[in-house]
Design a protein around this ligand. Structure first.
Ligand code: HEC
Length: 144
């Protein structure tokens, strides 16, 4: 019995050390590079809606929550932002990745913002009216 307890303690300690070390890899990825260029927003309202619902993962103005320092949750947060920015970055606009059509689609279908993000970011949840406003505003802003 004592042997098993010792083994459990060793496994837990190794696990914690690995988690802590993983933060050495994750922390440098938590950057907010300079804002290079934004779309020509049709109105401040469109930008405000996008900021609320999309900017944490699709801009260089990410608000990093405290738990982005806590592995393994930090892996998810950082990977969402790195992958999100790679697909669509409102702060590095004009590099032609996704267009207004695709963006409207993911908002309409409720794919974005991702469901897993919403419990901790209730403010990012858009009403149907706000979704429509964001879709209309983005099509005007992105010129399609
Ligand atoms: C919690 C982070 C997060 C938020 C918030 C978020 N996205 Fe995303 N988004 C992602 C990730 C991650 C991907 C890349 C998915 C992939 O590579 O499969 C993505 C991909 C996309 C794509 C590309 C299509 C696709 O499925 O790959 C579009 C368009 C998009 N997001 C639009 C939006 C819009 C518009 C908002 C705000 C209404 C938003 N996203 C909010 C994380 C997020």
């Amino acid at each position: 019995m004592k042997k098993i307890l010792k083994l459990v303690v060793i496994v837990v300690v190794i696990g914690l050390v690995v988690l802590a070390l993983s933060q050495l890899i994750v922390a440098p990825l938590k950057t907010n590079p300079l804002v290079v260029s934004e779309p020509k927003w049709d109105s401040p309202q469109t930008r405000a809606l996008a900021k609320r619902a999309c900017f944490d993962c699709h801009s260089n103005e990410t608000v990093w929550p405290w738990y982005s320092n806590v592995p393994p949750i930090s892996w998810l947060v950082v990977s969402d932002t790195v992958r999100g920015r790679a697909r669509l970055n409102f702060s590095e606009w004009g590099q032609g990745r996704v267009g207004a059509g695709e963006i409207s689609e993911v908002i309409q279908e409720g794919e974005m913002p991702p469901a897993i993000y919403l419990p901790m970011h209730p403010n990012a949840r858009l009403s149907n009216l706000e979704k429509q406003q964001l879709i209309n505003g983005l099509s005007l802003s992105l010129g399609q």
